[in-house]
Write a protein that binds this ligand. Structure first.
Ligand code: GDP
Ligand code: MG
Length: 305
C-alpha cells in the first residue's frame, strides 16, 4: 500500500439545481447521481467515490430540496453539525449564472459557522453561462457571502472547466489515510448498507443470545417504486440449521417480528414507505470465510469485536 495514500470526505452543499449531482458525475466520469433540470432529483444523500492511485475522495451529494431554509436546515443542523467534524472539506456550490439568492445567503451563513473547523471551498458553477465581462463582479458577489480567505474555484461541471483545480484544491485538505471503499466502488449504496445494518439490528434485538453474532444480512434487491416507496428483499444468514429455525420462528412469527421492526427503522431512515421481504439462509461458518464476508459487505480489515 502506498503510505502517502489520502482519503477523505467532501460534502457538496448548495441549493437545488446549482449542479451538485452534475459535478459529482463529472468528477467521477460516470453517472452515479441523478441529474435533472428540475430541482429535487436527489432525494437522499448519495455518495460518489473517486479513487485514484494516490487518493480516495468520497463526495457526499446532499438532497436538493425546495425549501432549504426548512429542509437543508435540518440537514445542516442535524447531519452537518454532527457529521461535519467527519468531513474533511465542505464544497459550497453556487450557480454563477444568477445573482446570489436568499437561499445562497442563508446557506453561506450556516456554512461560515463551520469554516473555522472544516475547510470551506466556494465553487461557483456554470461559468460557461456567464459572459466574460460579467464573471468577475458575479464571483465577487458570491465571495462576499463567505468568510474572507475562503478558497474560490470557479468551474463548469458540464464543460469540465475548473474541475482539475477543484480536485487539486480539495486534495490539499484530504489527509493521509487508508481508503474506506474498494477501488471499483463508485457509489456507496449508502441506503442499502444502512438498511442491511438495520435488519441486522432487528435480528439481534429479537433473537438476543439465541443466535449470537452469527447473523449477517445481504440486500438482494432494493428498487424504487415511485410513490409506493421502495421494495427491499434481503437474506438473513445464520450459521446453523438450528438457528434458522429460531430466526423464522413458529409459523414464521419471529421473522415477521424482525421484519416489522426493521421496516419501521428503514422507513424512518429513508423517509418513505418500504416493503420488506426477508428470508433466512444457512451459510455455514460464514464468519470464518473471508470471501463470504466480503460478499456480505463486511470490511475484512475491520477490527473484530
Ligand atoms: P443539483 O440539484 O444541485 O444536483 O443540480 P443538477 O446536477 O441536477 O443540475 C441542475 C441543472 O443544471 C441540470 O440541468 C444540469 O445539466 C445543469 N448544470 C449543472 N452544471 C452545469 C454547468 O456547469 N453549466 C451548465 N450550463 N449547466 C449545468
Ligand atoms: Mg442533485
Amino acid at each position: 500500500m502506498n503510505p502517502d495514500f489520502r482519503s477523505g470526505h467532501v460534502a457538496v452543499i448548495g441549493r437545488p439545481n446549482v449542479g451538485k449531482s452534475t459535478l459529482i458525475n463529472a468528477l467521477l466520469g460516470q453517472k452515479v447521481a441523478a441529474v435533472s433540470p428540475k430541482a429535487q432529483t436527489t432525494r437522499r444523500r448519495q455518495l460518489g467515490i473517486l479513487t485514484t492511485d494516490n487518493a480516495q475522495v468520497v463526495f457526499v451529494d446532499t438532497p436538493g430540496i425546495h425549501n432549504p431554509r426548512h429542509k437543508l436546515g435540518e440537514f445542516l443542523n442535524q447531519e452537518a453539525e454532527d457529521a461535519l467534524p467527519g468531513v474533511d472539506v465542505v464544497l459550497f456550490l453556487v450557480d454563477t449564472s444568477e445573482e446570489p439568492t436568499d437561499d445562497d445567503k442563508w446557506i453561506a451563513i450556516r456554512l461560515s459557522r463551520f469554516a473555522n473547523r472544516t475547510p470551506l471551498v466556494l465553487a461557483p458553477n456554470k461559468i460557461d453561462l456567464v459572459p466574460a465581462e460579467a464573471l468577475s463582479p458575479r464571483l465577487e458577489a458570491f465571495q462576499a457571502l463567505v468568510p474572507e480567505g475562503t478558497e474560490l474555484v470557479p468551474l463548469s461541471a458540464t464543460t469540465g472547466e475548473g474541475l482539475e483545480s477543484l480536485l487539486a484544491t480539495v486534495m490539499e485538505h484530504i489527509p493521509p489515510r487508508k481508503p474506506e471503499y474498494e477501488p471499483e466502488q463508485i457509489t456507496d449504496l449508502y441506503e442499502r448498507e444502512i438498511a442491511a445494518e438495520l435488519i441486522r439490528e432487528a435480528c439481534l434485538l429479537h433473537l438476543r443470545d439465541e443466535v449470537p453474532h452469527g447473523v449477517a444480512v445481504r440486500i438482494d434487491e432494493f428498487t424504487e417504486r415511485g410513490d409506493e416507496g421502495a421494495y427491499i428483499a434481503a437474506t438473513v444468514f445464520v450459521e446453523r440449521e438450528s438457528q434458522k429455525g429460531i430466526a423464522i420462528g413458529r409459523g414464521g412469527e419471529m421473522l415477521k417480528r424482525i421484519g416489522t421492526t426493521a421496516r419501521h427503522e428503514i422507513e424512518e431512515m429513508s423517509g418513505r414507505k418500504v416493503f420488506l421481504e426477508l428470508r433466512v439462509k444457512v451459510l455455514k461458518e460464514w464468519r470464518k470465510d473471508e470471501k463470504a464476508m466480503k460478499r456480505l459487505g463486511y470490511k475484512i480489515n475491520k477490527k473484530k469485536k
